[in-house]
Design a binder for this molecule. Sequence first.
Ligand code: HPA
Ligand code: ZN
Length: 326
Amino acid sequence: PVPTSRLRELPKVELHVHIEGTLEPELVLELARDAGIALPYRDADTLRGRYVFADLQSFLDIYYENLGVLRRRHDFARLAYQYASRAHAGGVVHAEVFFDPQAHRSRGVAVADVVAGLVEGFDRAFGEFGFTTELIACFLRDRPVAEALETLDELTACRAAIVGVGLDSAEVGHPASLFTEVFARAADLGLRRVAHAGEEGGPDSVRAAIDHLGVERVDHGIRSVDDPDLVAELVARQMPLTVCPLSNVRLQAVADLAVHPLPDLIAAGVLVTINSDDPAYFGGYADDNFAVVADAFALDDPALAALADNSVTASFLPDARKAELR
Ligand code: HPA
Ligand code: ZN
């Protein structure tokens, strides 16, 4: 195995992490205790013991349930700072972080408070250890399109400091094409666009995100391997995929790491990046994801450096900062 110290030293950019998915069981319990919320389990390990997932939906059920403890601006600041600290310790120097505004506004938490809290936590991380971030607001594809449009209006009204928009939650049965207008409006506002696709859905779902939403990166995208023409197109366009190996294993999107399509995608010339998705649930942060793929596919140092370099290329960082990171 590659020494984890070397993996940590490799400057990495994280492009696929949901801030709500960094909510560790310990923090769920602490926030619940502070807010006087009663929980059906007494300790963090009991909660962690429930993290056995059959598919994406079984994970999403627990993910949405747990984020009920995030209520005040300060809670989001703590969450953001804690993630930044852990990511930084693993060699992540910049992160483009997803959040789910609809999952909070539906509980009566103002979008402006969510964003202000995240910005507060990330500003502290930048001040203390130079960790940089951008925020990407994701729309929930299993909620009505009208709600996504309202949410985009709220983000605009509060001048939310976001670099772009994304699309997440249950993929199958909720086609990207439904969100064409939402993404067109986001583009008009000057926002960058990404979307989850090809996690549980097939190659057509990836094509829909590219063709209807105009995305600049595809989140997951692993099922693209089932369509060689699509893979060729991804290569020709140098369309980045934000792959999350531990997530794919834990959500049973792949049977086992050994049969993960990552090596095939790399061999085909796809611009692949390695990311953590929901690290508090799937057993590891960005460095852990690098470590497991290095081990499973016997990736040498140049191969790992190439993956880290891809994360710089695929980021929304200005060219000057990209050059600094190489
Ligand atoms: N997939 C889709 N939606 C999500 C995920 C994921 O892995 N995590 C949080 N929302
Ligand atoms: Zn995700």
